[in-house]
Write a protein that binds this ligand. Structure first.
Ligand code: GUN
Length: 283
């Protein structure tokens, strides 16, 4: 089988172009979407992510404000900044880039961001709303994956979905979104007894574990849709996903590449959430 490549770069470009038109219209009504991005310390990967978010904002006509704080920033200083951004009516959305440097409490920071400006959808109040299925914001990576699955042409309803990874950012919310679309969902993790066997059952397989090329060809059912959320930098600097791409592509009906699959979709969904926040916070 030769797999269809799910081109996240192209799909994200289409979404951002639609958002750009929407932002132009909103500005005529006095609504000006603005995203505040907080980055603490100088993790090189985080810096690249933040730069890409800024570029996407520029493309969409969304104002972006970057708050780059030194690694020595205290919890109190960081929370004071979040509080200031919460109270600033010109800011629609707030994102604090994770991971934070050691010594800073990520959970406290997530809890401090106003749920109405929480464009990552990490705040417990937004997480709870997702569980119920009545939400304002969807977490960006899982939402981007759902768009790509839709792009594959496969209807999730009744399909066996296997999510590898149980993080709060991807695995858990991903499972919930697939469930909302009536998938039969299995979550696999480091204690799963026979990972390959579980994966081979999947009509839709989502890998989000951060282990380079963990999912080999023998984990993929013939005709499956394979979504690779992983972004792993090898010692030789090569960027690979959690899926061994060429092996999996021989079996899959559709597969996402790394890079150019889920990554750009995450950013497009962040733009979507920021525009939504601007609209919701204006009323
Ligand atoms: N670090 C890695 N992914 C993300 C994300 O989606 N949001 C934030 N805030 N930090 C991240």
């Amino acid at each position: 089988m030769s797999a269809k490549i799910l081109d996240g770069k192209a799909v994200s470009q289409r979404i951002k172009t639609e958002l750009k038109a929407e932002v132009e219209k909103l500005k005529q009504t006095g609504i000006k979407p603005a995203l505040a991005v907080v980055i603490v310390g100088d993790d090189p990967a985080s810096k690249i992510y933040v730069r890409n978010k800024k570029l996407a904002c520029e493309f969409c006509g969304i104002k972006s404000l970057e708050f780059a704080l030194p690694a020595e920033t205290t919890q109190k200083e960081l929370l004071a900044l979040i509080e200031r951004l919460n109270n600033d009516n010109t800011i629609s959305g707030i994102l604090c880039q994770l991971p934070l440097p050691e010594g800073l409490d990520e959970e406290a920071v997530i809890n401090a961001i106003s749920p109405a400006k929480d464009v990552d959808a990490f705040h417990p109040s937004n997480v709870g709303k997702i569980m119920i299925g009545n939400f304002d914001f969807l977490p960006c990576t899982p939402a981007g994956v759902m768009e790509l699955i839709a792009e594959s042409g496969i209807d999730v309803s009744g399909k066996k979905c296997v999510v590898v990874g149980r993080s709060n950012i991807v695995g858990k919310p991903m499972s919930m979104l697939l469930l909302h679309k009536n998938g039969t969902v299995t979550i696999c993790h480091s204690r799963t007894k026979d990972l390959a066997k579980e994966c081979r059952e999947a009509d839709i397989l989502v890998a989000a574990v951060g282990v380079p090329e963990l999912i080999r060809g023998d984990c993929v059912k013939e005709g499956a849709v394979v979504i690779d959320v992983g972004m792993n930098r090898l010692e030789n600097k090569k960027l690979v996903g959690d899926v061994a791409f060429s092996e999996a592509a021989e079996k899959a009906a559709a597969i996402t590449p790394v890079p150019g699959g889920v990554g750009p979709m995450t950013i497009a969904m962040l733009m979507k959430n920021t525009v939504k926040a601007a609209v919701l916070n204006s009323t």
